[in-house]
Design a protein around this ligand. Structure first.
Ligand code: FES
Length: 196
């Protein structure tokens, strides 16, 4: 069965759990900020952080691979520093969208960033910064509600439609004590380049 066959055949769906950010709101977030001097909640996910569900039936729980179904609509998650339990929710650039995929069909260069089939991409569209919260269940693509950019989750969030200029950043993961844990800082630049 191909990845496309295994996805639920339905049209693109739209989440309504939060409003989509207007482009201008996050314009000031273009320049990556150094972790040094930032409060822990604003720091980007750090190696060793544990992922926590931000929404859905497991909201607030640590992310474990068995809690995610194969090829389902990505859900948002945040990193939590295990020692202090600080949730890195001080910047929307820290949010990731997670799901579980068939590792065999993930493009080989990205396999080292997945853990037990779980992958995590930045939620922030590289076009003008909206949250990428829509989902094309038939083609297994993340989709941006603002200008309809689409990203192939099986190919490092490669842009496969719309005006986004580059893939979503990918957060490398590993499994530690059964929990999905950050293995390294984001692969790729988080945020967007203003296009207008
Ligand atoms: S902000 Fe996502 S396509 Fe424009």
């Amino acid at each position: 069965m191909t990845k496309k066959q295994s996805g639920k055949a339905s049209e693109t769906t739209t989440l309504t759990r939060r409003s989509v950010c207007k482009a201008g709101i996050v314009g000031s977030l273009l320049v990556p900020m150094a972790a040094i001097g930032q409060s822990p909640d604003r720091q980007r996910p750090q190696p060793g952080d544990q992922l926590v569900f931000e929404e859905g039936p497991h909201q607030g729980e640590l992310v474990r691979p068995e809690l995610l179904e194969l090829n389902q609509q990505p859900v948002s998650a945040l990193a939590r520093e295990p020692g202090t339990s600080v949730l890195r929710d001080g910047s929307r650039l820290n949010r990731v969208m997670i799901t579980r995929i068939d590792m065999e069909q993930l493009t080989s260069e990205f396999r080292t960033h997945a853990a037990a089939g779980v992958i995590a991409y930045s939620a922030v569209c590289t076009h003008t910064g909206c949250d990428v919260i829509n989902w094309d269940a038939e083609r297994l693509r993340m989709a941006c509600p603002c200008h309809e950019s689409q990203f192939d989750i099986y190919d490092g969030a490669r842009v496969v439609g719309g005006p986004a200029p580059r893939p979503l950043a990918m957060l490398p993961l590993l499994i530690q004590d059964g929990v999905v844990t950050v293995a390294a800082e984001f692969h790729g630049r988080v945020g967007f380049t203003q296009q207008f």
